[in-house]
Design a protein. Structure first.
Length: 89
C-alpha cells in the first residue's frame, strides 16, 4: 500500500485557493523555484496543467520532469496528491 505523507494529507484536505507551488506533495524549495521560474508559482497553475494533460499519470509525470527536473518519486507524489485532491474537491 502507498503511504501518504503528512504534507499529502494536509494538501488534499484544503481548497486550492492561492497555495504556493511548494504546497504540492513532492515539491520542495528547489523544484518549487524551478516551477516558479517557468511560470508555475501557484499550486493551481500545476493543477491546470494536470487537467490539460487529462489527469494522465505518465504525461503529467513526464511534464513535471521536463519542467522542473522532478525525479520519479517526486513526480508520483505530486500526481497522487493532485489526483486525490481532484476527487475530493
Amino acid at each position: 500500500s502507498m503511504t501518504t505523507s503528512h504534507k499529502h494529507k494536509g494538501f488534499i484536505r484544503k481548497p486550492m485557493e492561492d497555495k504556493a507551488v511548494e504546497a504540492l506533495p513532492g515539491i520542495g524549495k528547489v523544484l518549487g523555484g524551478r516551477l516558479r521560474h517557468n511560470g508555475y508559482g501557484k499550486a493551481k497553475n500545476v493543477l491546470r496543467q494536470f487537467r490539460v494533460l487529462k489527469k494522465k499519470e505518465r504525461a503529467f509525470e513526464d511534464w513535471l520532469k521536463d519542467t522542473c527536473g522532478a525525479n520519479m518519486k517526486q513526480a508520483a507524489d505530486c500526481y497522487e496528491g493532485l489526483l486525490e485532491w481532484s476527487r475530493r474537491h
